[in-house]
Structure formats: C-alpha cells, structure tokens
Design a protein around this ligand. Structure first.
Ligand code: CP3
Length: 341
C-alpha cells in the first residue's frame, strides 16, 4: 500500500473513507516505560542526536498502539543550537543560556545550512523510514513565534510576558526575528520532507497568548510564508495552534491542508469554521486519567460530534501527560479504530 492511500494521508486531504486515523501528540515520551529505559542510558539531547535511537523511540508507541502515523523524535528547540544559542533540557523544561533581550541580540543569531549542521535529524528520518516503511511519518518544527517565545523568555512560562513586551518595545526587531526564524523553519521542514517525511506539522504552542492583530503578523503571516515554500512538496501541511478559538476565522485561509485543535476549543465548531480543511484533535489529555469506561465514553462522544469523518484525524488536544495510564491509551485508540457510523 502506498502511503498516499493510508487513512492518515487521505484524511489530511479530506478523502478518508476508512476508519478514523489517530496519532498522539508527544506519543514517544516519558509516559512509556520503554522510552524511560532509553532515557536512562542517554540524555535527551544525546537521544535527539542519535539516528538509531530516534528511530527506536519513534517506533515504540507504534508497536504498542498501532497508531496511524509516526512523528519524528526531536524538539522544537533543537534548531537553536546551530544558530549559536545554547539550550539545555534539565528536569522541568528547556533553558536557554543567553536569551534575546534587545534588537542587537538578533544579530548574533547564525544563519546555517540545515543538512550540514543537523544531519542527525535527516538521518533520523531516513532510519525511521527504513524500520517503519508503511507508516506515514510526520516531520515537525516549532512556529517562529513559539520558538521566539523561548528565545526571549529563556525558559518555559505561563504567559511569556518578556516575549509579548518585546513585540511592542521593539516592533521592527520582532519582525526581523520572526522573518529570520521563518526562513530557517521553511528550509528545515523542506529538508525533512526531502529526507522522507510524509507530512509536516508546525507547532504554534504559544501564539494563543497574542491579540488577534499580533497573531496575524507574528503567526498567520509566518505560517503562510513557511507553508508556501512547501506547497509543491506533496506532503500535507498541518498547523497546530494551542488556544485556537479566537483566531479560527483567520486560520481558515492559511495555506495548509489540516489544522490541529487544542482541547479547550469545540472540535465541531472548528470543523464548521474550517471548510475544506482537515481537523485534528482534540480530546483533553487529562481525560486519560479517568477510568477506561470514561475514556471510551469521552472518545466516542467526541467522534459523534463530528459530521464529516472523512476529514478527521483523531488526536489529543495537547501533548500526552507524564504518568498517563497506558490502559487509557489502548482504550482510546481501540475506540477510535472501531468507531463506525
Ligand atoms: O510528539 C512527539 O512524540 C515528538 C517529539 C516532541 C518533543 N517535543 C519531545 C520532547 C515534539 C513534537 C516536541 C515539541 C515541543 N517541544 C513543543 C510543542 C508542543 C507542545 O507541547 O506545545 C514545545 C513547546 C516544546 C518545548 C519543550 N521540550 C518543553 C516545554 C519540554 C519540557 C516539558 C516536557 O514535556 O518534558 C521539552 C522537553 C521534551 N521534548 C521532552 C520530550 C520527549 C522531555 C525530555 C525528556 O525525555 O526528559
């Protein structure tokens, strides 16, 4: 079977007539004991730089749950190192050594050649395709604004207040930073597709803190620029926006095939607001901490709410949480795969 005929790829184009496909954001990770076993031997960054290990952890959730798509194992912040920005991943989230505090700091960001500086990512993609030839593989990157949030804040935050202030204190520098990151991100996703990725997802995890006006210039325009360069790549383009509801009318016109919806937003409303696009989501990751019956009930109710299943990709409405009970994941996947109208 060619991957173009997989339920996942067909759903991206709104043409699926088989069971609803499902994958899980952050599907390779610490809720899996077999992932933790790998992490006991190597640090997170070593793992991200070792193609054989990348492929091994990508395969883990596929083997367990028979998910309909694999996703590259890396992080949205791995592109910072070759820009000359040191990033660490201590317990509790990423940390940037010298955050951007003003316009001059942008000048020290290095423009770099993706294939030369990040061969482990593209070799990871090739290795995954070798061991999982029949699974669609999703490549990914962070959106320019989300990456800028970490660059400016220096670490995780609830509201990325430094980044929000930066946009208004230094509007032209902010634009320059977003443009710089857009060019690199477009190249990065193209390199992943050239190496074998069958689809790409852009994670706009923090755009949801922006006013609508700022979302347009900082997020929508950048997404269009990046996706525009991939238009001829024949790999469907997915935009995930965390806290998407205030922006749905703008996202309707983004140059992409599918849109990932966060768990706060009504999936049915989003599907109605995005005619002609596939929707992906959006079970609340916290649901998986309920009983197996509760998980099945919430999963089937979400499926019931969607009129047009041909353009639905089931997923969580954000990343799966650490300590998620594995039985819940089996129950959710089975419920989705067995669902019929
Ligand atoms: O989805 C997948 O399975 C692929 C791998 C993946 C990781 N990070 C691995 C990871 C993906 C797609 C990401 C994206 C990512 N990283 C996002 C966007 C998605 C989202 O959550 O909104 C963001 C904001 C980051 C930044 C990041 N990286 C944070 C905040 C953290 C710490 C919190 C956490 O989940 O641990 C990381 C570290 C990270 N990235 C881990 C993994 C598996 C944990 C590292 C470990 O093994 O100790």
């Amino acid at each position: 079977m060619g991957l173009k005929d997989s339920n996942f790829i067909k759903a991206c184009y709104g043409r699926n007539d088989g069971p609803v496909p499902i994958w899980i954001m952050r599907q390779a990770g610490r809720y899996l004991p077999e992932y933790q076993a790998v992490r006991e031997k190597v640090t997170f960054l070593e793992l991200c730089r070792t193609p054989d290990l990348i492929a091994e952890v990508v395969k883990q959730p596929i083997d367990r749950f028979d998910l309909d798509a694999a996703i590259l194992f890396s992080d949205i912040l791995t592109i910072l190192e070759p820009m000359g920005v040191k990033v660490g991943f201590p317990e509790g989230g990423p940390e940037i050594e010298a955050p951007i505090t003003g316009p001059d700091d942008i000048n020290r960001l290095i423009d770099f050649d993706i294939e030369a500086e990040m061969p482990y990512v593209m070799n990871g993609v090739k290795k995954i395709k070798e061991i999982l030839p029949d699974k669609p593989l999703i490549g990914f990157a962070g959106s320019p604004f989300t990456v800028a949030c970490y660059l400016i804040q220096g670490k995780g935050s609830k509201n990325f207040d430094f980044a929000k202030k930066f946009i208004h204190k230094y509007p032209s520098a902010a634009r320059r930073l977003i443009d710089f990151l857009s060019v690199i991100t477009a190249r990065y996703l193209k390199a992943q597709v050239d190496a074998g990725a069958d689809a790409v997802q852009l994670f706009e995890s923090w755009g949801g803190i922006l006013s609508r006006e700022d979302f347009k210039t900082m997020s929508i325009d950048a997404s269009n620029k990046i996706f525009g360069t991939l238009a001829s790549a024949e790999a469907p383009r997915i935009l995930f926006v965390n806290n998407i509801a205030p922006y749905l009318d703008m996202i309707k016109d983004v140059d992409c095939e599918a849109v990932g919806i966060d768990y706060r937003t009504s999936l049915a409303d989003a599907a109605r607001s995005l005619p002609g696009k596939a929707v992906q989501g959006n079970l609340d990751p916290a649901v998986l901490f309920g009983s197996v019956e509760h998980v099945r009930e919430k999963t089937s109710r979400l499926l019931d709410s969607i009129d047009d299943l041909s353009r639905l990709i089931f997923n969580l409405g954000h990343g799966i949480m650490v300590e998620t009970p594995i039985e819940s994941v089996y129950a959710m996947v089975e419920e989705v795969h067995n669902y019929r109208r």
